[in-house]
Write a protein of this length. Structure first.
Length: 435
Protein backbone atom coordinates (compact mmCIF):
# COMPACT_ATOMS: atom_id res chain seq x y z
CA UNK A 1 0.00 0.00 0.00
CA UNK A 2 2.89 2.37 0.76
CA UNK A 3 4.41 1.83 -2.69
CA UNK A 4 1.07 2.70 -4.31
CA UNK A 5 0.82 5.84 -2.20
CA UNK A 6 4.33 6.81 -3.30
CA UNK A 7 3.37 6.30 -6.94
CA UNK A 8 0.37 8.60 -6.45
CA UNK A 9 2.60 11.27 -4.95
CA UNK A 10 5.16 10.77 -7.71
CA UNK A 11 2.52 11.20 -10.40
CA UNK A 12 1.19 14.31 -8.70
CA UNK A 13 4.71 15.70 -8.65
CA UNK A 14 5.18 14.88 -12.34
CA UNK A 15 1.87 16.53 -13.12
CA UNK A 16 3.07 19.75 -11.47
CA UNK A 17 6.39 19.54 -13.27
CA UNK A 18 5.25 18.73 -16.81
CA UNK A 19 1.66 19.98 -17.16
CA UNK A 20 0.72 23.68 -17.10
CA UNK A 21 -1.17 24.94 -14.06
CA UNK A 22 -3.68 26.41 -16.50
CA UNK A 23 -5.05 22.87 -16.89
CA UNK A 24 -7.18 22.75 -13.75
CA UNK A 25 -7.88 19.66 -11.62
CA UNK A 26 -10.92 19.53 -9.36
CA UNK A 27 -9.63 16.32 -7.78
CA UNK A 28 -5.94 15.56 -7.26
CA UNK A 29 -6.25 11.76 -7.01
CA UNK A 30 -5.19 9.45 -9.84
CA UNK A 31 -7.84 7.24 -11.47
CA UNK A 32 -7.14 3.50 -11.70
CA UNK A 33 -10.47 1.92 -12.69
CA UNK A 34 -13.94 3.21 -13.44
CA UNK A 35 -17.28 1.56 -14.06
CA UNK A 36 -20.78 2.99 -14.15
CA UNK A 37 -20.72 5.98 -11.80
CA UNK A 38 -17.80 4.90 -9.61
CA UNK A 39 -14.08 5.60 -9.98
CA UNK A 40 -11.34 3.86 -7.97
CA UNK A 41 -8.05 5.69 -7.51
CA UNK A 42 -4.54 4.22 -7.28
CA UNK A 43 -4.85 3.93 -3.52
CA UNK A 44 -8.11 2.00 -3.74
CA UNK A 45 -10.29 4.92 -2.67
CA UNK A 46 -13.79 4.99 -4.14
CA UNK A 47 -15.34 8.10 -5.69
CA UNK A 48 -18.97 8.48 -6.71
CA UNK A 49 -19.02 10.46 -9.95
CA UNK A 50 -21.46 13.38 -9.99
CA UNK A 51 -19.35 15.16 -12.64
CA UNK A 52 -19.34 12.65 -15.50
CA UNK A 53 -16.24 14.23 -17.09
CA UNK A 54 -18.24 17.48 -17.31
CA UNK A 55 -21.29 15.79 -18.79
CA UNK A 56 -19.45 13.42 -21.11
CA UNK A 57 -20.49 10.07 -19.63
CA UNK A 58 -24.27 9.81 -19.80
CA UNK A 59 -23.90 6.04 -20.40
CA UNK A 60 -21.36 5.79 -17.59
CA UNK A 61 -17.74 4.72 -17.39
CA UNK A 62 -16.67 1.73 -19.52
CA UNK A 63 -20.16 0.60 -20.50
CA UNK A 64 -19.67 -2.99 -21.74
CA UNK A 65 -21.47 -2.37 -25.02
CA UNK A 66 -19.29 0.67 -25.76
CA UNK A 67 -16.12 -1.18 -24.79
CA UNK A 68 -17.07 -4.11 -27.04
CA UNK A 69 -17.75 -1.82 -30.00
CA UNK A 70 -14.42 -0.05 -29.54
CA UNK A 71 -12.46 -3.30 -29.33
CA UNK A 72 -14.13 -4.68 -32.45
CA UNK A 73 -13.31 -1.52 -34.39
CA UNK A 74 -9.70 -1.48 -33.19
CA UNK A 75 -9.23 -4.99 -34.56
CA UNK A 76 -10.34 -3.78 -38.02
CA UNK A 77 -8.50 -0.45 -38.40
CA UNK A 78 -7.78 2.70 -36.44
CA UNK A 79 -7.93 5.61 -38.85
CA UNK A 80 -7.77 5.64 -42.65
CA UNK A 81 -8.90 9.29 -42.57
CA UNK A 82 -12.40 9.91 -43.92
CA UNK A 83 -11.07 12.51 -46.36
CA UNK A 84 -8.68 9.87 -47.77
CA UNK A 85 -10.84 6.76 -47.72
CA UNK A 86 -14.37 6.51 -46.37
CA UNK A 87 -15.53 4.01 -43.78
CA UNK A 88 -18.90 2.69 -42.73
CA UNK A 89 -18.99 4.04 -39.18
CA UNK A 90 -18.90 7.72 -40.20
CA UNK A 91 -21.70 7.23 -42.73
CA UNK A 92 -23.87 5.15 -40.38
CA UNK A 93 -23.46 7.63 -37.52
CA UNK A 94 -24.29 10.57 -39.79
CA UNK A 95 -27.51 8.79 -40.76
CA UNK A 96 -28.37 8.07 -37.11
CA UNK A 97 -27.79 11.67 -36.05
CA UNK A 98 -29.99 12.92 -38.86
CA UNK A 99 -32.72 10.55 -37.68
CA UNK A 100 -32.67 11.38 -33.96
CA UNK A 101 -32.31 15.17 -34.11
CA UNK A 102 -35.49 17.29 -34.28
CA UNK A 103 -36.87 18.44 -37.63
CA UNK A 104 -38.60 16.67 -40.52
CA UNK A 105 -36.55 18.41 -43.22
CA UNK A 106 -33.66 16.87 -45.16
CA UNK A 107 -30.52 16.82 -43.02
CA UNK A 108 -26.81 16.16 -43.18
CA UNK A 109 -24.20 15.64 -40.47
CA UNK A 110 -20.57 16.75 -40.31
CA UNK A 111 -18.35 14.88 -37.82
CA UNK A 112 -15.45 16.51 -35.99
CA UNK A 113 -13.36 16.13 -32.82
CA UNK A 114 -14.46 18.48 -30.04
CA UNK A 115 -17.37 20.61 -28.95
CA UNK A 116 -15.55 23.85 -29.71
CA UNK A 117 -14.72 22.55 -33.18
CA UNK A 118 -18.39 21.74 -33.76
CA UNK A 119 -19.42 25.27 -32.77
CA UNK A 120 -16.74 26.77 -35.03
CA UNK A 121 -17.96 24.69 -37.95
CA UNK A 122 -21.58 25.61 -37.28
CA UNK A 123 -20.51 29.26 -37.55
CA UNK A 124 -18.45 28.47 -40.62
CA UNK A 125 -21.25 26.79 -42.58
CA UNK A 126 -23.79 29.42 -41.48
CA UNK A 127 -21.54 32.15 -42.84
CA UNK A 128 -21.03 30.27 -46.08
CA UNK A 129 -24.75 29.66 -46.51
CA UNK A 130 -25.97 33.16 -45.64
CA UNK A 131 -23.08 35.21 -47.02
CA UNK A 132 -23.10 37.14 -43.74
CA UNK A 133 -20.36 37.55 -41.13
CA UNK A 134 -21.84 38.45 -37.72
CA UNK A 135 -22.40 35.86 -34.98
CA UNK A 136 -24.60 36.27 -31.91
CA UNK A 137 -24.33 34.25 -28.72
CA UNK A 138 -25.70 35.10 -25.27
CA UNK A 139 -24.59 36.63 -21.99
CA UNK A 140 -23.40 33.83 -19.63
CA UNK A 141 -23.04 31.42 -22.57
CA UNK A 142 -20.10 29.06 -22.95
CA UNK A 143 -19.07 27.59 -26.29
CA UNK A 144 -15.41 26.58 -26.01
CA UNK A 145 -11.79 27.65 -25.60
CA UNK A 146 -10.63 28.27 -29.18
CA UNK A 147 -10.32 31.86 -30.37
CA UNK A 148 -13.75 31.95 -32.04
CA UNK A 149 -15.54 30.10 -29.25
CA UNK A 150 -13.78 32.16 -26.56
CA UNK A 151 -15.11 35.21 -28.38
CA UNK A 152 -18.61 33.74 -28.15
CA UNK A 153 -18.18 32.83 -24.47
CA UNK A 154 -19.32 35.29 -21.81
CA UNK A 155 -17.30 34.61 -18.64
CA UNK A 156 -14.03 36.57 -18.72
CA UNK A 157 -12.11 34.74 -16.00
CA UNK A 158 -10.82 32.09 -16.39
CA UNK A 159 -11.84 31.61 -20.03
CA UNK A 160 -10.85 34.86 -21.79
CA UNK A 161 -8.65 37.03 -19.59
CA UNK A 162 -5.32 37.75 -21.26
CA UNK A 163 -6.04 35.63 -24.35
CA UNK A 164 -7.21 38.33 -26.76
CA UNK A 165 -7.56 39.79 -29.30
CA UNK A 166 -10.75 37.93 -30.08
CA UNK A 167 -12.61 37.20 -33.29
CA UNK A 168 -14.46 40.19 -34.76
CA UNK A 169 -18.17 40.42 -35.49
CA UNK A 170 -19.19 38.40 -32.42
CA UNK A 171 -21.92 39.82 -30.17
CA UNK A 172 -23.61 38.68 -26.95
CA UNK A 173 -27.34 39.21 -26.60
CA UNK A 174 -29.42 39.32 -23.38
CA UNK A 175 -30.54 36.00 -21.92
CA UNK A 176 -33.04 35.55 -19.08
CA UNK A 177 -32.02 34.74 -15.52
CA UNK A 178 -35.38 34.06 -13.84
CA UNK A 179 -33.90 33.62 -10.34
CA UNK A 180 -32.57 37.17 -10.42
CA UNK A 181 -35.68 38.86 -11.85
CA UNK A 182 -36.82 42.00 -10.03
CA UNK A 183 -39.44 41.26 -7.37
CA UNK A 184 -41.68 43.94 -8.90
CA UNK A 185 -42.10 41.85 -12.06
CA UNK A 186 -44.11 38.66 -12.52
CA UNK A 187 -42.42 35.81 -14.37
CA UNK A 188 -44.40 36.65 -17.50
CA UNK A 189 -43.58 40.35 -17.27
CA UNK A 190 -39.91 39.56 -16.78
CA UNK A 191 -39.87 37.21 -19.78
CA UNK A 192 -41.54 39.86 -21.94
CA UNK A 193 -38.99 42.40 -20.76
CA UNK A 194 -36.04 40.19 -21.72
CA UNK A 195 -37.62 39.41 -25.10
CA UNK A 196 -37.96 43.14 -25.73
CA UNK A 197 -34.33 43.68 -24.67
CA UNK A 198 -33.32 40.91 -27.08
CA UNK A 199 -35.15 42.65 -29.94
CA UNK A 200 -33.74 46.05 -28.96
CA UNK A 201 -30.25 44.54 -29.09
CA UNK A 202 -30.62 44.26 -32.86
CA UNK A 203 -31.44 47.94 -33.10
CA UNK A 204 -28.80 49.19 -30.65
CA UNK A 205 -25.87 46.82 -31.28
CA UNK A 206 -25.98 44.88 -34.57
CA UNK A 207 -28.35 44.78 -37.54
CA UNK A 208 -30.10 41.44 -38.17
CA UNK A 209 -29.32 41.67 -41.91
CA UNK A 210 -25.62 41.15 -41.09
CA UNK A 211 -26.04 38.10 -38.84
CA UNK A 212 -25.17 34.62 -40.08
CA UNK A 213 -26.29 32.72 -36.98
CA UNK A 214 -27.53 32.93 -33.42
CA UNK A 215 -26.04 30.22 -31.21
CA UNK A 216 -27.97 29.28 -28.06
CA UNK A 217 -27.53 26.69 -25.34
CA UNK A 218 -31.07 25.41 -24.60
CA UNK A 219 -29.93 25.37 -20.98
CA UNK A 220 -26.82 27.40 -20.19
CA UNK A 221 -24.15 25.01 -18.91
CA UNK A 222 -21.08 26.76 -17.54
CA UNK A 223 -23.32 29.79 -16.99
CA UNK A 224 -25.01 27.96 -14.13
CA UNK A 225 -27.64 25.65 -15.63
CA UNK A 226 -29.93 28.58 -16.35
CA UNK A 227 -33.21 27.32 -17.83
CA UNK A 228 -34.87 29.94 -20.04
CA UNK A 229 -38.64 30.38 -20.33
CA UNK A 230 -40.11 28.55 -23.32
CA UNK A 231 -41.54 31.82 -24.59
CA UNK A 232 -38.05 33.34 -24.81
CA UNK A 233 -36.58 30.43 -26.79
CA UNK A 234 -39.53 30.53 -29.18
CA UNK A 235 -39.08 34.28 -29.62
CA UNK A 236 -35.44 33.75 -30.61
CA UNK A 237 -36.47 31.05 -33.09
CA UNK A 238 -39.14 33.32 -34.59
CA UNK A 239 -36.66 36.20 -34.86
CA UNK A 240 -34.22 33.99 -36.76
CA UNK A 241 -36.93 32.82 -39.14
CA UNK A 242 -38.10 36.39 -39.77
CA UNK A 243 -34.60 37.65 -40.61
CA UNK A 244 -33.10 34.64 -42.40
CA UNK A 245 -30.67 33.91 -39.55
CA UNK A 246 -29.45 30.35 -38.92
CA UNK A 247 -30.59 29.22 -35.46
CA UNK A 248 -28.01 26.93 -33.84
CA UNK A 249 -28.77 24.90 -30.71
CA UNK A 250 -25.55 24.15 -28.84
CA UNK A 251 -26.45 20.72 -27.38
CA UNK A 252 -22.93 19.76 -26.38
CA UNK A 253 -23.81 19.53 -22.66
CA UNK A 254 -27.60 19.20 -22.93
CA UNK A 255 -27.73 16.38 -25.49
CA UNK A 256 -28.17 12.61 -25.32
CA UNK A 257 -30.77 12.34 -22.60
CA UNK A 258 -29.25 14.67 -20.04
CA UNK A 259 -32.37 16.83 -19.73
CA UNK A 260 -34.85 13.93 -19.78
CA UNK A 261 -35.29 14.29 -23.54
CA UNK A 262 -32.94 13.32 -26.36
CA UNK A 263 -32.00 16.98 -26.77
CA UNK A 264 -32.55 19.98 -24.55
CA UNK A 265 -34.27 21.93 -27.30
CA UNK A 266 -37.04 19.28 -27.34
CA UNK A 267 -38.46 20.86 -24.17
CA UNK A 268 -39.17 24.18 -25.90
CA UNK A 269 -41.22 23.11 -28.94
CA UNK A 270 -38.60 24.64 -31.20
CA UNK A 271 -36.72 23.13 -34.14
CA UNK A 272 -33.25 24.59 -34.76
CA UNK A 273 -31.60 24.80 -38.16
CA UNK A 274 -28.37 23.27 -36.84
CA UNK A 275 -27.47 21.33 -33.69
CA UNK A 276 -23.96 20.90 -32.32
CA UNK A 277 -23.24 17.68 -30.41
CA UNK A 278 -20.26 16.26 -28.54
CA UNK A 279 -19.50 15.25 -24.91
CA UNK A 280 -21.78 12.22 -24.27
CA UNK A 281 -22.01 11.41 -27.97
CA UNK A 282 -19.12 8.93 -27.78
CA UNK A 283 -18.92 8.01 -24.06
CA UNK A 284 -15.59 9.71 -23.48
CA UNK A 285 -13.92 9.43 -26.88
CA UNK A 286 -13.22 12.69 -28.77
CA UNK A 287 -16.06 13.18 -31.25
CA UNK A 288 -18.43 15.97 -32.18
CA UNK A 289 -20.83 16.87 -34.93
CA UNK A 290 -22.91 19.53 -36.63
CA UNK A 291 -26.31 18.21 -37.71
CA UNK A 292 -29.07 20.03 -39.51
CA UNK A 293 -30.57 21.41 -42.66
CA UNK A 294 -29.05 19.88 -45.73
CA UNK A 295 -29.05 23.12 -47.70
CA UNK A 296 -26.93 24.81 -45.02
CA UNK A 297 -24.36 22.05 -44.56
CA UNK A 298 -24.19 21.32 -48.29
CA UNK A 299 -23.38 24.93 -49.20
CA UNK A 300 -19.64 24.33 -48.73
CA UNK A 301 -17.51 23.05 -51.61
CA UNK A 302 -15.35 19.87 -51.41
CA UNK A 303 -12.31 20.41 -49.19
CA UNK A 304 -13.83 23.28 -47.23
CA UNK A 305 -14.91 21.08 -44.31
CA UNK A 306 -13.17 18.30 -42.41
CA UNK A 307 -10.02 17.62 -40.40
CA UNK A 308 -7.31 15.00 -40.07
CA UNK A 309 -8.92 13.13 -37.18
CA UNK A 310 -12.51 14.30 -37.72
CA UNK A 311 -14.99 11.45 -37.27
CA UNK A 312 -12.54 8.88 -35.87
CA UNK A 313 -13.81 5.38 -36.74
CA UNK A 314 -13.16 4.22 -33.15
CA UNK A 315 -15.19 7.13 -31.76
CA UNK A 316 -17.92 6.53 -34.34
CA UNK A 317 -18.19 2.91 -33.18
CA UNK A 318 -18.55 4.14 -29.60
CA UNK A 319 -21.21 6.68 -30.62
CA UNK A 320 -23.30 4.12 -32.47
CA UNK A 321 -23.20 1.96 -29.34
CA UNK A 322 -24.22 4.98 -27.22
CA UNK A 323 -27.30 5.59 -29.34
CA UNK A 324 -28.29 1.93 -29.01
CA UNK A 325 -27.83 2.12 -25.23
CA UNK A 326 -29.92 5.29 -25.05
CA UNK A 327 -32.84 3.45 -26.59
CA UNK A 328 -32.38 0.02 -24.97
CA UNK A 329 -31.94 1.34 -21.43
CA UNK A 330 -34.46 4.23 -21.65
CA UNK A 331 -31.84 6.69 -20.43
CA UNK A 332 -34.02 9.76 -20.93
CA UNK A 333 -36.54 8.23 -18.52
CA UNK A 334 -33.76 7.30 -16.09
CA UNK A 335 -32.52 10.90 -16.26
CA UNK A 336 -35.85 12.12 -14.96
CA UNK A 337 -35.83 9.63 -12.08
CA UNK A 338 -32.29 10.35 -10.90
CA UNK A 339 -32.83 14.08 -11.36
CA UNK A 340 -35.90 13.91 -9.12
CA UNK A 341 -33.89 12.19 -6.37
CA UNK A 342 -31.13 14.80 -6.52
CA UNK A 343 -33.70 17.60 -6.45
CA UNK A 344 -35.44 16.00 -3.47
CA UNK A 345 -32.19 15.88 -1.48
CA UNK A 346 -31.41 19.49 -2.37
CA UNK A 347 -34.90 20.50 -1.21
CA UNK A 348 -34.18 18.87 2.17
CA UNK A 349 -30.93 20.81 2.40
CA UNK A 350 -32.74 23.99 1.41
CA UNK A 351 -35.02 23.60 4.43
CA UNK A 352 -32.02 23.21 6.74
CA UNK A 353 -29.61 25.83 5.41
CA UNK A 354 -30.29 29.47 4.60
CA UNK A 355 -27.42 29.57 2.10
CA UNK A 356 -29.18 27.18 -0.29
CA UNK A 357 -30.78 29.33 -2.98
CA UNK A 358 -32.67 28.29 -6.09
CA UNK A 359 -32.72 24.65 -7.21
CA UNK A 360 -32.92 24.24 -10.99
CA UNK A 361 -33.59 21.02 -12.86
CA UNK A 362 -34.37 19.73 -16.29
CA UNK A 363 -34.13 15.94 -16.26
CA UNK A 364 -30.80 15.01 -14.67
CA UNK A 365 -29.32 18.44 -15.40
CA UNK A 366 -29.57 19.77 -11.85
CA UNK A 367 -28.04 22.78 -10.12
CA UNK A 368 -28.32 24.70 -6.88
CA UNK A 369 -27.24 28.26 -6.16
CA UNK A 370 -25.22 28.93 -3.02
CA UNK A 371 -25.99 32.40 -1.69
CA UNK A 372 -25.34 34.64 1.28
CA UNK A 373 -29.01 34.23 2.14
CA UNK A 374 -32.23 33.65 0.24
CA UNK A 375 -33.39 37.22 0.79
CA UNK A 376 -30.54 39.07 -0.92
CA UNK A 377 -29.53 36.18 -3.24
CA UNK A 378 -25.93 37.40 -3.24
CA UNK A 379 -23.65 34.67 -4.65
CA UNK A 380 -21.30 32.95 -2.21
CA UNK A 381 -18.39 31.65 -4.27
CA UNK A 382 -16.25 30.81 -1.22
CA UNK A 383 -18.87 28.54 0.33
CA UNK A 384 -19.47 26.90 -3.05
CA UNK A 385 -15.75 26.15 -3.36
CA UNK A 386 -15.66 24.78 0.19
CA UNK A 387 -18.56 22.42 -0.51
CA UNK A 388 -17.04 21.06 -3.72
CA UNK A 389 -13.62 20.73 -2.05
CA UNK A 390 -15.09 18.77 0.86
CA UNK A 391 -16.95 16.50 -1.56
CA UNK A 392 -13.86 15.81 -3.67
CA UNK A 393 -11.81 15.10 -0.54
CA UNK A 394 -14.42 12.67 0.77
CA UNK A 395 -15.34 10.44 -2.15
CA UNK A 396 -17.65 12.52 -4.35
CA UNK A 397 -16.63 14.12 -7.65
CA UNK A 398 -18.52 17.42 -7.73
CA UNK A 399 -18.25 20.52 -9.90
CA UNK A 400 -19.22 24.16 -9.61
CA UNK A 401 -20.39 26.50 -12.36
CA UNK A 402 -22.00 29.89 -12.82
CA UNK A 403 -20.80 33.24 -14.03
CA UNK A 404 -19.98 34.11 -10.37
CA UNK A 405 -18.84 30.62 -9.38
CA UNK A 406 -21.66 30.01 -6.89
CA UNK A 407 -23.58 27.19 -8.57
CA UNK A 408 -23.10 23.50 -7.77
CA UNK A 409 -24.02 21.37 -10.77
CA UNK A 410 -24.85 17.70 -11.06
CA UNK A 411 -23.88 15.67 -14.13
CA UNK A 412 -23.94 12.11 -12.84
CA UNK A 413 -24.10 9.38 -15.49
CA UNK A 414 -27.68 8.52 -16.39
CA UNK A 415 -26.96 4.85 -15.64
CA UNK A 416 -26.18 5.60 -11.98
CA UNK A 417 -27.53 2.95 -9.62
CA UNK A 418 -29.63 3.75 -6.57
CA UNK A 419 -26.76 2.57 -4.38
CA UNK A 420 -24.26 4.90 -6.07
CA UNK A 421 -26.71 7.80 -6.03
CA UNK A 422 -27.50 7.36 -2.34
CA UNK A 423 -23.80 7.15 -1.43
CA UNK A 424 -23.13 10.34 -3.34
CA UNK A 425 -26.06 12.18 -1.78
CA UNK A 426 -24.92 11.16 1.72
CA UNK A 427 -21.49 12.70 1.05
CA UNK A 428 -23.20 15.77 -0.39
CA UNK A 429 -25.22 16.15 2.79
CA UNK A 430 -22.04 15.97 4.87
CA UNK A 431 -20.42 18.59 2.62
CA UNK A 432 -23.27 21.02 3.28
CA UNK A 433 -23.31 20.23 7.00
CA UNK A 434 -19.59 20.97 7.34
CA UNK A 435 -19.86 24.57 6.20
Amino acid sequence: MKSIARSTAALQDKRNKYIPKGVSNGNLNIARDAKGSTIIDLDGNEFIDFAGAIGTLNVGHTHPKVTKAIKEQIDKFLHPGFNVMMYEGYIELAEKLCEITPGNFKKQALLLNSGAEAVENAVKVARKYTGRQAVVSFVRGFHGRTNMTMSMTSKVKPYKFGFGPFAPEVYQAPYPYPYQRPESLSEEEYTDQVIQAFKDFFVETVAPETIACIVMEPVQGEGGFIIPPKKFVQAVRDFCTLHGIVFVADEIQTGFGRTGAYFGIDHFDVVPDLITVSKSLAAGLPLSGVVGRREILDASAPGELGGTYAGSPVACAAALAVIDIMEEENLSEKAERSGEKIESKLSELQEKYGFVGEIRRLGAMVAVEVVDNRQNKNPDQDKTAAITKYANNNGLLLLSAGIKGNVIRFLAPLVITDEELNKGLDILEDAFANQ
